[in-house]
Write a protein that binds this ligand. Structure first.
Ligand code: PLP
Length: 370
């Protein structure tokens, strides 16, 4: 009966959770064992090493959290910003807003820098915002804003954050695995993501790379909590080769398998190139249909496209019509929900799946226009 409720019905072009690689689903169905066993420790250590390489984070500590990505927003704030301290939160869509909510919910103060939906943050604007707010402890950047399909120019923005000597927290929930991250070179302090996005693993695991600077601050931070205590996680990485509480082992196995698939494909460059190509085909396809792209040119996301529907059409009508044809896209989200729908290209899919989806979308749009 439950299987009837959850059985796969659609080809997924969602914002996450996304379709998983068959090899991931296969490893996740193995029988469970203790998370303190030698076998679990071996997988933990191997996954940390592979992530370190993928994120180019030799100077950083890789942390695996038994939570979704949002857990790391909470953790970054509690560990590295004192109560009452200010954080400059850059907002280019719904998930930037969430970071501001998390800052405030934890008794810290969010100083907001906000752009119109579809726009990215530009280095000179960030510089100006930091000049006006020299007393912030940290800056948050949504690398890839899932609600608008915009990729922020992270390397350039990171440079500005450094010039002002602030901590840099990066929400890479829908970017990690789909857009490049060079943790050491770009000088990131904390970058996090969720398993259910560009890695194509089921939800339940969050991953991050954390700088030494954050640990130095965190170790002296009073009341930083227990569940998301970063120094405690580092201690467990070193001493127990695991996490303080029970982790979602199947997701860790799944992530490990994806990191191996990436290696087999030829490494990070080849994998990221696949993401770039997928998103390019989608953008070209929807433009040919006369639809708009919400992202300003030059800042389009490699993992998700927010498509603007013509006057008189609603994004939700496109979403519903595509579901009837067996394709699950993503609804518009946040302040642009009504006039957009989104096409994710994360996780397991082929180029033929994308072309088939676009052929169906073309027919749907023609019908809705008529
Ligand atoms: N940040 C971004 C950019 C996201 O896309 C999402 C989820 O879609 C989140 C944060 C929240 O992640 P999670 O649901 O894994 O906590």
């Amino acid at each position: 009966e439950v299987y009837e409720m959850v059985k796969p019905r659609y080809k997924l072009f969602t914002a996450g959770p996304v379709a998983c690689f068959p090899e991931v689903l296969a490893i996740m169905s193995v029988q469970m064992f203790s998370h303190r066993s030698a076998e679990a420790k071996a997988v933990h250590v191997d996954t940390l090493e592979r992530l370190k390489k993928f994120l180019e984070a030799d100077s950083g500590e890789i942390i695996l959290f038994p939570s979704s990505g949002t857990g790391f927003m909470e953790s970054a704030v509690r560990n590295a910003v004192p109560r009452g301290g200010k954080v400059l939160v850059t907002i280019i869509g719904a998930f930037g807003k969430r970071f501001a909510d998390v800052v405030e919910a934890n008794g810290r103060k969010a100083v907001i820098f906000e752009k119109e939906p579809g726009q990215a943050v530009k280095p000179e604007e960030l510089d100006e915002a930091l000049r006006k707010n020299p007393d912030v402890h940290a800056v948050t950047i949504t690398y890839n804003e899932t609600s608008t399909g915009v990729l922020n120019p992270l390397p350039e923005l990171a440079k500005v954050v450094h010039e002002h000597d602030k901590l840099l927290f990066v929400d890479a929930v829908s970017a990690m695995g789909g857009a490049d991250i060079k943790f050491d070179e770009w000088g990131i302090d904390l970058v996090f993501a969720s398993s259910q996005k560009a890695f194509g693993v089921p939800p339940g695991l969050a991953v991050a790379a954390v700088s030494e600077r954050v640990f130095e601050i965190a170790e002296k931070m009073p009341e930083r909590g227990w569940y998301f205590d970063l120094p405690l996680y580092r201690k467990f990485n070193e001493k127990k080769k695991g996490t303080p509480s029970t982790p979602p082992l199947p997701q860790i196995f799944g992530l490990n398998v994806v990191l191996r698939i990436i290696e087999k494909m030829g490494g990070k460059e080849a994998w990221l190139d696949m993401y770039r190509k997928r998103s390019e085909i989608i953008r070209e396809g929807v433009k040919e249909m006369g639809l708009g792209i919400l992202a300003e040119p030059g800042y389009e996301s490699p993992t998700i496209t927010a498509v603007v529907v013509p006057e008189g059409m609603k994004g939700i009508d496109v979403y519903n019509a595509m579901r009837e044809r067996g394709f699950e896209l993503a609804k518009g989200y946040g302040s642009v929900a009504e006039k957009t729908f989104r096409i994710g290209n994360m996780g397991y899919m082929t180029f033929d799946d994308i072309r088939e989806m676009l052929d169906n979308l073309r027919e749907v749009i023609e019908k809705l226009k008529a």
